[in-house]
Design a protein around this ligand. Structure first.
Ligand SMILES: [Zn+2]
Length: 392
């Protein structure tokens, strides 16, 4: 074999290795047959490369079964490093540590005060992460990367919040570099609804579907859009930011500065206000759990919100031409009170044509799918192969 032929063969092998590692990183674990489908490589190539990767300790194989037949499941090995997903909401931060096989090793929730300032939250997050690492007997140098998600659109070019008014004290700040400095590892910042959509597209109801919308209905509402199997962020990261679509021209002024946004009508404060005279001071979580338990007043409020969000999402689905909508988030946990009103409103306001059916599903992923999506994103964007070679 000539030198150039040998060179191009090793380049090909390297490219095929990267393809296999990328597929395993994305889906968390695949059989060799599924790997062949995902990478379009031959069974022989996959078998040879998987064997080589398991000898180096980057991936592990274990027996499993698919459709009653025995198969080998290929996953990333635990010692290839640790990744972290952190989800900041209006009231808390949730942190999850996992290995690159997406196996969860530790998870904690820390309540936050209203209008929490960024510096304090990032400080507390770093302290919490170091505590959690200690709990699982790991060192900070095992950290490959962190994906921090927040309820605001992020400009992919700068990593900074696109809109002003949504998270005062967090805007105009380089969030990722600040946390990265505290932790000593790479950090990326992402919008929470986008990560919920990524979770559905890789692990959930939208897996294998080219075009889908995932709605994250919590104390604010957002959506993530997947087009041609890729997350669509839009030029400045505002794609799917449905919480700030105007639905009431005479409505309240929103914290974003516009009037009558969806969030002013279905946000936590708007849902709690009409209940106050009769129920006293309920929290957002109380309303969701009481609606799920059948309380009529709470069900009314949740159903009206579902109906309003459904009308907006119908417009988005019509505009994109998607046939699948997945709904998740804390408000969606109210169950059929929310979901039935939402689905009815979508179906009433969307025209899918004669040959396409609109499928509307509740998320079947465990609660806080945002964290699952954030893990997928940080594993995908981290060069695990290179970091692994550096450390071994
Ligand atoms: Zn707004």
């Amino acid at each position: 074999m000539s030198r150039s032929a040998a060179g191009s063969q090793s380049a090909l092998r390297e490219a095929n290795t990267a393809k296999i590692v990328d597929a395993v990183k994305r889906f968390g674990g695949l059989t060799q047959v599924e790997l062949a489908e995902a990478t379009a490589l031959s069974a022989a190539t996959i078998s040879a490369i998987v064997k080589e990767l398991s000898l180096t300790g980057l991936v592990e194989t274990r027996p499993t079964s698919r459709s009653g037949r025995r198969a080998q499941l290929v996953t990333m090995a635990r010692r290839s490093g640790l990744v972290i997903a952190a989800h900041v909401t209006a009231r808390a931060i949730r942190v999850r540590i996992a290995d690159t096989a997406q196996e969860i090793l530790e998870e904690r929730r820390l309540p936050l005060p209203p209008d929490h300032p960024m510096d304090t939250v990032l400080d507390r997050t770093a302290v919490l992460i170091f505590e959690m690492l200690q709990m699982i007997g790991s060192e900070p140098d095992e950290l490959l990367g962190v994906c921090l998600t927040i309820p605001a659109p992020i400009d992919p070019a700068t990593g900074m919040i696109t809109f002003s008014g949504l998270m005062p004290g967090w805007e105009d700040a380089p969030i990722a570099p600040i946390l990265s400095q505290r932790l000593g590892c790479p950090v990326i910042v992402e919008n929470d609804a986008n990560m919920a959509a990524l979770a559905e597209a890789t692990l959930g109801a939208a897996r294998g579907v080219a075009d889908s919308i995932t709605v994250l209905a919590s104390d604010g509402t957002g959506a993530g859009i997947v087009i041609d199997s890729r997350l669509h962020r839009g030029a400045d990261g505002t794609a799917g930011e449905i919480g700030h679509i105007q639905i009431d021209p005479q409505g309240q002024i929103c914290r974003c500065g516009l009037r009558g946004c969806l969030d002013t009508v279905v946000g936590a404060n708007a849902l709690l206000a009409p209940l106050r005279s009769h129920y006293g001071n309920l929290t957002f979580r109380d309303v969701v759990s009481q609606a799920a338990a059948g309380d009529q007043g709470c069900r009314r409020v949740v159903a009206d919100a579902g109906s309003t969000i459904g009308r907006v999402v119908a417009g988005l689905a019509q505009g994109i031409g998607t046939g699948l909508i997945v709904v998740g988030g804390e408000l969606a946990q109210a169950g059929d009170a929310f979901f039935d009103a939402f689905s009815t409103a979508v179906r009433e306001h969307v025209n899918t044509g004669r040959h396409r059916e609109m499928v509307i599903m509740q998320s079947t992923l465990p609660p806080d799918s945002v964290l699952a999506g954030a893990l997928v994103e940080i594993i995908q964007t981290t060069d695990v192969l290179q970091r692994f070679e550096e450390r071994t």
